[in-house]
Write a protein that binds this ligand. Structure first.
Ligand code: FES
Length: 152
């Protein structure tokens, strides 16, 4: 298959998402080697695979902490007490700013757009798990619970 064909082929496009997910499971994040491997397997340009990997919040092109928190700043979440209020709360509680990891590499924080949970906002994803209807108390309990699991 030529790169031009793969680039335009919807089946290859959809295989790329699955391949990226599997590669992320294997590598921990989508580093250069993982991106090149997916591109090679699907005969796609590396730039296209990287562009896709860096677009979706489900994929990580940088290493993440053990618990990667993705907090939504979308409109529904903001109107329901999330957004900036929850982001600032998490930053204060963890002692980091969005885009950083805690020194023990337990938590990393990322601000993302809609997590497709507007009806149950505010929402946050921790690794592959979605948490909804959040407030400060629920965030406190969740972080305590995760910190307690840290040694597992
Ligand atoms: S705006 Fe936050 S989940 Fe949609």
């Amino acid at each position: 298959m030529s790169q031009e064909r793969g680039f335009r082929d919807p089946a290859t496009q959809s295989m790329m998402l699955t391949a990226l997910y599997i590669a992320q499971e294997q590598y921990g994040h989508l580093n250069a080697e993982a991106i090149e491997r997916v591109a090679g397997r699907l005969d796609l340009p590396v730039s296209q695979v990287y562009s896709t990997a860096s677009f979706y919040s489900l994929f990580h092109v940088q290493p993440k902490a053990k618990y990667h928190l993705q907090i939504c700043e979308g409109l529904s979440c903001a109107l329901c007490g999330g957004g900036d209020a929850l982001i600032e709360y998490l930053e204060g509680k963890l002692g980091i700013t969005a885009g950083e990891s805690t020194p023990d590499d337990l938590f990393s924080l990322e601000v993302v757009q809609c997590l497709a949970s507007c009806g149950t906002s505010p929402a946050m994803r921790v690794n592959d798990e979605l948490y909804e209807d959040l407030n400060f108390d629920k965030v406190d309990r969740l972080l305590d619970q995760l910190a307690g699991r840290a040694g597992e």
